[in-house]
Ligand binder design. Structure first.
Ligand code: ZN
Ligand code: ZN
Length: 235
């Protein structure tokens, strides 16, 4: 189905192929494409792809990337990239909400609030040899090049074999308090560095309007440790 917009002709649907693959439950093709975003194939990416596709089909939705569908993820691990790719709810289109709970789980919801929460059951998602390599190469950063390559192969095998495994998730229907559409703020120019800044992020200091780095103010950062607050850190 194509959307038509009067005389202007056909609107290109950016996610047409992804939406088709979701409906066809072609998880293998979705995982292959998700790897382009994520950079490697791994068990958690695979679980994110699988959970994302399941949730999209359960809610019977497509996502044109305009905040009609939102995803709430509860940790920033590989799973969340599978979710972003398959559901189309991303960091940049304001439809990805991040709650720093440290849980591998996602809630997908429509703007009406009807949603589904899927969490990954505790368990082993790779063979013991790959798990041991993961501890050495990733957790302790001690792996040789050969061990790293062996890990990536083990990751890949685990990722694709998980697509056929059942009983991986706990699912429940939920009612979600969906936030308002992202507000549009004016931009202002920092009097120190001259860069454009969203007005709500400007800081008044000594009678001047500055950006946070120029003012040396506190800020939040999302990084590998989750959400971290920095106070007056020089950037
Ligand atoms: Zn990964
Ligand atoms: Zn500045």
């Amino acid at each position: 189905m194509r959307c038509r917009n009067g005389d202007r002709g056909v609107i290109m649907r950016a996610r047409e192929e992804v939406e088709r693959l979701i409906k066809e439950k072609d998880l293998r093709s979705l995982l292959l494409k998700a790897g382009e975003l994520h950079g490697h194939f791994c068990p958690m990416l695979s679980l994110g792809v699988k959970a994302g596709a399941y949730a999209m089909n359960e809610l019977v939705v497509e996502n044109p990337g305009m905040e009609e569908i939102i995803a709430i993820v509860e940790t920033n691990n590989c799973f969340s990239d599978g979710i972003q790719f398959v559901t189309g709810c991303t960091f940049g289109n304001n439809a990805l909400i991040y709650r720093d709970f440290g849980k591998t789980a996602v809630t997908l919801a429509k703007r009406s609030g009807d949603g589904i929460r899927i969490s990954v059951k505790p368990g082993a998602f790779m063979d013991p040899e790959t798990e041991a390599l993961f501890q050495k190469v990733v957790a302790r950063r001690e792996g040789s090049r050969e061990e790293t390559e062996k890990l990536m192969k083990g990751f890949e095998n685990a990722a694709f074999s998980l697509l056929d495994r059942d009983e991986l998730f706990l699912c429940e229907r939920v009612k979600v308090d969906v936030p308002e559409y992202a507000p549009i703020f004016e931009s202002e120019v920092c009097e120190e560095c001259g860069e454009s800044v969203i007005s709500t992020r400007m800081v008044k200091k000594d009678g001047r309007k500055l950006c946070i780095p120029c003012a040396g103010g506190s800020y939040l950062e999302l990084n590998g440790s989750g959400i971290v607050r920095y106070e007056d850190k020089t950037i």
